[in-house]
Design a protein around this ligand. Structure first.
Ligand code: HEC
Ligand code: HEC
Ligand code: HEC
Length: 250
């Protein structure tokens, strides 16, 4: 696992730097070199835009989701003691486990799906994007162990674990190192609120007209109702959470 320090500079930056400093190959006309560099830069920029637009080829290596079982060993987060029991709390008490996906198999969801004419709600991304988010992850980015029926799983809040799973227990890793490797910085209230808002803020108006409950987001209230699997010191006082949440929800 590399820690990202001393990472090579982004290719665009290097191309531009070489072009501008005229160090491409010795002897060539610096103007041609700049023009060549510029063309290259445009090419790489176009590639980057393709990636952002989300229609890149599937070989672009996005980190994989590994599934909750990769956190569940009793020496990791599946134990009983403080700070080892996150999996235990989530699987036994959190309504993000099992319930969101099970909801899609209820008669109420069936009725919703009928009105919307979307077939089986448990197999339709209009529903699974929030109720079974592993269903909407591209197949190459989902490990076989990750199950859609997990509902809203660890990595749906904490970020796909492939690049940080091994490293995040290293004693010499700081919180910043983990975040750098892709662990989502949920200690940051703004990041945390945005994570919840993605599923708790808005539901398309046709879903609501079809009978989906209206979604109202209040991080303060919802963060308190979510069975806590973190130490209190990781939390900020209520009013501060509330203010951040309202700002994010605007
Ligand atoms: C990937 C989508 C997703 C994310 C991210 C998510 N939730 Fe949820 N959450 C759901 C779904 C879906 C339900 C409804 C479960 C059901 O009843 O079927 C739910 C239910 C809840 C409930 C119980 C019902 C309610 O609204 O009172 C609380 C509280 C809650 N979530 C809090 C949070 C908090 C706090 C965060 C951010 C730290 C969060 N959720 C992030 C999808 C998500
Ligand atoms: C934007 C995210 C999102 C999408 C998309 C979404 N849901 Fe939900 N759904 C939620 C959340 C969050 C709750 C919990 C609301 C609460 O309890 O306040 C919920 C609650 C429900 C409930 C009520 C559960 C209960 O027991 O009270 C049903 C039924 C439901 N959703 C079905 C569906 C179906 C069917 C679809 C697709 C047509 C769908 N949802 C799409 C986020 C979403
Ligand atoms: C609905 C979103 C959500 C889900 C699902 C979720 N977490 Fe968390 N988790 C949070 C939030 C919010 C915090 C508090 C912020 C922090 O300390 O990073 C947190 C904190 C933590 C912490 C830090 C504990 C501490 O005291 O510092 C660990 C470890 C953790 N979660 C592991 C897990 C594991 C393992 C799972 C799955 C079994 C899981 N989480 C599922 C939102 C979630």
């Amino acid at each position: 696992m590399t820690r990202g320090r001393g990472r090579p500079r982004p290719i665009l930056e290097r191309t531009l730097a070489s072009a501008l400093s005229g160090r491409w190959h010795g002897g060539a006309n610096p103007r041609d070199i700049s023009a060549f560099g510029l063309l290259l830069a445009i090419f790489f920029f176009a590639q980057a835009v393709r990636v952002w637009a989300g229609n890149a080829d599937s070989d672009v290596a996005l980190p994989k989701f590994l599934g909750a079982q990769s956190c569940s060993a009793s020496s990791c987060h599946g134990g009983a003691g403080n700070n080892r029991n996150q999996y235990t709390v989530w699987s036994a008490h959190d309504f993000h486990h099992l319930r969101p996906y099970a909801t899609l198999e209820t008669a109420r969801s069936e009725r919703l799906a009928e009105v919307l004419r979307i077939g089986n709600p448990a197999q339709n991304q209009r529903c699974t994007v929030c109720h079974g988010p592993f269903h909407t992850v591209r197949s190459g980015q989902l490990s076989q162990a990750a199950k859609i029926s997990e509902g809203v799983s660890c990595e749906n809040c904490h970020g796909p674990a492939e690049n940080w799973l091994r490293g995040h227990t290293r004693p010499d890793w700081s919180h910043e190192d983990r975040v750098h490797a892709g662990l989502r910085d949920l200690r940051n209230l703004y990041v945390r609120a945005n994570t919840c808002v993605a599923c708790h803020q808005n539901v398309d108006s046709d879903l609501q007209q079809a009978g989906h409950p209206e979604l109202i987001f209040e991080l303060d209230g919802q963060a308190v109702s979510q069975p806590r699997h973190w130490s209190r010191s990781a939390d900020k006082p209520g009013p501060q959470i509330w203010l951040v949440a309202q700002a994010v929800a605007l």
